[in-house]
Write a protein that binds this ligand. Sequence first.
Ligand SMILES: Nc1ncnc2c1ncn2[C@@H]1O[C@H](COP(=O)(O)OP(=O)(O)OP(=O)(O)O)[C@@H](O)[C@H]1O
Ligand SMILES: [Mg+2]
Length: 239
Amino acid sequence: MRDEIARLQKKLRINKALIDIYPTLTYENNEQFTHDLLKALDESRCALAQQKRMKAANFPILKTLKNYSFEGIQMPESITIEDLIAVRFIENKENLVFYGNVGTGKTHLAIALGVLAIQQGKKAQYFTLHELINKLVSAKEDGKYQTFFKKIIKNDLLILDEWGYLPLHHEGARLIYEVISQFYEQKSLILTTNLEFSHWKNFLFDEKLTIAILDRIIHHSHLLVFNGSSYRKEHSLMK
Ligand SMILES: Nc1ncnc2c1ncn2[C@@H]1O[C@H](COP(=O)(O)OP(=O)(O)OP(=O)(O)O)[C@@H](O)[C@H]1O
Ligand SMILES: [Mg+2]
């Protein structure tokens, strides 16, 4: 019978988890059994989809809010820590900008919020700004720009880390403008930086593009200021 169930599962293209699930269910009546089976199949499909989104997210390392201290973060009045954790800013198509010195937990919080978004069924991806620009440039060279660009803007949340850490070339600034303008009022961004906005033209170079990019980022944005001292330095083994 098990072989026949496996054959039908394949033929009907039902989730192959069925083979492991059905022997674990209890039978009281037809309706209850069918319900429990469908529910378990649905849960298995959701878990698989979540795993896939986690893989696609490109997180350099996994971070969560477990043991994360918000102490050194100056929160704006426009958002609470509870709102952040509930990732409500994504529903509202708002952006977060994390500004602060090195080692103060910007990347950590950005990734942890990305993980929470994925757990809530959202699509999120992480790149450093330079990584994304390099990928856009190579996609262009390989004739795959449209496909890659479409994939990027399908995300509900795009995390772009390290604005201002390295200077951009003009083409880089132009490519990133295209991404930012697609996200504007449609999707959410988390950006991290250690440079004040007034200095952004120093790495974006083009003044007009800098204004256009900043205007779109800032309009629906919450600014979190990371005031603490470097977590890396405080917890260094070299102390
Ligand atoms: N508030 C915090 N609670 C727990 N761990 C933290 C906290 N802040 C930072 N850390 C840890 O300290 C290290 C540095 O943090 P992170 O990489 O997020 O800093 P950053 O602000 O992104 O720095 P940079 O500007 O250099 O990229 C990481 O290992 C991170 O997990
Ligand atoms: Mg960082």
